[in-house]
Design a protein. Structure first.
Length: 313
């Protein structure tokens, strides 16, 4: 049965030829009936339709995305580059940031009151090969961290301890990753990039790396709400030299890693590809043997807002 598109094509073609005589129509009818068979011949699509179909197929391919990444073998917990996951990969950091921004658009910004605390629990791994005198004596441990809403007080509880280590806040923006500081950050990506560039100016590495390091610390230690988190992803996506790869974090969760390399180190922020929440981060050694050994890996276990240091959500 002809649809509207078929009829339009027939009308266009008919207008370009002479009007058929009655004898022509009877002959055409006989030929048409003779050609009709149980398996009708495939109708050849006009060129415009073929072009539309080709563009549609290309669009599906682009939507699926291609992850271009250097697959680095790794050692230690959380090792290995993930195989192709069930979710569709993203083509680049900008695509991931746009998706996170769209998902966060209608989510409320929830910050603690000045007298409340942000709670973050982390699982850490540090390679003994890269340990120094200040490093923890064990290579794998968990830590709980509380920061008061006004940024003036902090508390820390290490794995196996029931005692809180109380600390005071600071004014150094590299250390003040507290709710008061986060609330001062603009959500517009260009303004946010300008602000973070200023706050990271004392980090003794090139500008893009300094912003990446500072942003990574904010994400890991500040537990920012969804809209600010997405804006921070956007800042990362705009830095020269960033890439993405599929990885597994320290807890073996599949994620997308936004990374930046220097001469012998890869720093990586790992993001959940479905919720766009932060999973954690890694620092990978690019030189020496074996290539790609994990120096440091952290996984975010839990976050929340509580009334007192020592409380958990």
């Amino acid at each position: 049965m002809m649809n509207d598109l078929d009829l339009d094509l027939v009308r266009d073609l008919r207008s370009q030829v002479r009007q058929s005589e009655a004898g022509d129509l009877h002959g055409a009818r006989r030929r048409l009936l003779a050609a009709m068979a149980p398996e009708p011949r495939r109708r050849r699509l006009p060129r415009p339709v073929l072009r539309v179909a080709a563009v549609g197929a290309l669009g599906i391919t682009i939507a699926a995305g291609v992850t271009v990444a250097q697959n680095l073998p790794t050692a230690g917990p959380g090792k290995g580059t993930a195989g192709a996951p069930a979710w569709l990969s993203v083509a680049n950091a900008e695509t991931l940031a746009k998706r996170a921004t769209a998902a966060a658009a209608h989510q409320p910004d929830v910050y603690p009151r000045d007298d409340q605390w942000v709670y973050v629990k982390w699982d850490f791994y540090g390679s003994p090969k890269f340990a120094n005198e200040q490093s923890e004596k064990v290579s794998r441990y968990t830590t709980e961290w509380w920061v008061r809403g006004d940024g003036k007080k902090r508390a820390l509880r290490k794995e196996g301890s029931t005692t809180l280590e109380r600390r005071s806040g600071g004014e150094d923006p590299r250390l003040r990753l507290d709710p008061a500081y986060l609330r001062s950050l603009p959500l517009e990506p260009s303004a946010l990039l300008e602000r973070l560039t200023k706050d990271a100016r004392e980090i003794p590495v090139p500008r893009a790396q300094a912003v990446f390091i500072h942003t990574k610390l904010i994400l890991e230690q500040g537990a920012p709400p969804a809209r600010l988190r997405a804006a921070l992803y956007t800042v990362l996506s705009r830095l020269d030299g960033v890439g993405v790869e599929r990885v597994r974090d320290l807890l073996d969760r599949e994620g997308v890693g936004i990374y930046m390399d220097d001469e012998d180190t890869r720093r990586e922020v790992i993001i959940d590809p479905n919720t766009y929440a932060l999973l954690g981060g890694r620092t990978v050694h690019l030189g020496g043997s074996p290539e790609g050994e994990v120096m440091l890996s952290v996984a975010q276990v839990a976050t929340g807002i509580v009334d007192e240091a020592g409380d958990v959500p």
